[in-house]
Design a binder for this molecule. Structure first.
Ligand code: SAH
Length: 384
């Protein structure tokens, strides 16, 4: 697709049901329900040419041709793993590419979706951080990842559900790209889109407190929080954002989120790094935090813990703890009455495991400096 077309035509992948209805009514002067037909063509049948949408009249198809397009990401390459995991490198524009990973498991298939080209948060143990930050993905670029995977899988909602879950755990911090991520998640959950249940769409955040509160107001998705350390000193080293929103504030915002969702649990992710945060005292600190959370919500297991053994990448100074240390950490949590599954490493033969996604981030230095400045000025709360 040419640049000219991109700037003059509305990409329908950028719109959720409401936006598409409005586009049909206001821009095209058509009935709103036509939007529903088109959504099914795009998301259920993976059709991108208007001329193939046979239940639309010829005149309407011509009108759509003139004013709209369905522009999906280009697959630069794809890589299947021996364990069934599948990774796509998707070109977003001339110079940037992002990664999307599909992870099949017993009875479910999870897609790990990216929200930004690179990331500005600079978490010390994450490979995406080493790439720097370039820009937010558009709604179309986020939905386009699901579209690509669903097409590859032959996914048809209500019939063949190979794609059952989406986790916003790919590249980027989703709450820094709030509006586009929320709109994209609405398409994922829409029956005319990918028909996923609320609980099966999970947003993972490094802890952008004000945006967790905003998310609670507008969306019902599951919340996962990247905690990684039980105290501020250590967490600030690993996740610099903690200096701005320390653990106590973060936990309070999670309490508010769970309360608004009427007792839904929140998942706390904890990446285990050898001799950094994997010691018994860290487990005990984590147990206390989780217990406090349950008490605040007066609900057993309101806090779920997900342990992620660190996935190494070139140039990192961190290491994965040995299995015995991981088991010891898990056992302490279990003995406190908390199930703490260890996330199995999937797709590491294709560099598709958590924290290994890099994509291609060009022109990042300038933007990164700008973003950092806004972060320091406190201006990141408005999505970039
Ligand atoms: N920015 C969001 C989502 C992206 S990261 C967030 O921070 O939650 C998705 C998960 O992978 C996070 O829990 C993150 O901390 C974890 N992660 C990042 N790098 C990792 C690595 N090298 N090994 C294991 N987990 C990692």
């Amino acid at each position: 697709m040419t640049e000219v077309a991109a700037s003059t035509k509305q990409n329908l992948l950028d719109l959720d049901r409401e936006g598409l209805e409005r586009f049909f009514a206001d821009t095209l002067g058509e009935k709103r329900f036509r939007a529903h037909q088109v959504m099914k063509w795009i998301h259920h049948r993976h059709v991108t040419e208007f001329e193939q949408m046979t239940d639309l009249g010829k005149a309407l198809r011509a009108k759509l041709e003139a004013h709209a397009e369905i522009r999906v990401p280009q697959v630069q390459f794809e890589k299947p793993s021996t364990d069934g995991t599948h990774k796509w490198l998707l070109a977003m524009d001339g110079s940037n590419a992002i990664e999307t990973v599909y992870i099949p498991d017993k009875g479910r298939g999870t897609l790990c979706v990216s929200s930004q080209v690179g990331c500005a948060l600079n978490c010390q143990f994450c490979s995406t951080a080493t790439q720097g930050f370039n820009r937010n993905l558009s709604t179309a670029e986020i939905v386009g990842q699901v579209w690509t995977a669903a097409k590859h899988l032959g996914n048809v909602p209500h019939k063949q559900r190979r794609l059952t879950n989406v986790v916003m755990m790919g590249m980027g911090e989703p709450l820094m790209n709030f509006d586009n991520v929320v709109r994209a998640m609405s398409v994922m959950r829409d029956d005319l889109g990918y028909g996923l249940a609320n609980k099966r769409v999970t947003l993972s955040t490094a802890g952008l407190v004000p945006m967790i509160d905003r998310l609670a107001e507008v969306s019902d998705v599951s919340l996962a929080v990247s905690l990684h350390a039980p105290d501020d000193e250590l967490r600030s080293q690993l996740v610099p954002l903690n200096k701005k929103y320390p653990i106590a504030e973060l936990m309070e915002s999670c309490v508010r989120y769970a309360q608004r969702k009427r007792g839904e649990s929140v998942t706390f992710e904890y990446t285990l790094m050898k001799d950094v945060n994997d010691q018994p005292q860290h487990a005990r600190g984590l147990i206390r935090l989780m217990r406090d959370f349950d008490n605040r919500l007066q609900m057993k297991d309101a806090a779920k813990v997900n342990l992620i053994p660190f996935n190494p990448f070139p140039g990192t100074r961190y290491q994965r703890p040995d299995d015995a240390a991981i088991r010891r950490f898990q056992k302490l949590l279990n003995e406190s009455g908390r199930i703490a599954p260890v996330r199995r490493t999937r797709g590491d033969d294709i560099d598709a495991a958590c924290g290994q996604l890099k994509g291609q981030v060009m022109d990042r230095t300038r933007r990164q400096a700008e973003f950092r400045k806004r972060l320091e000025d406190g201006g990141v709360d408005a999505a970039a």
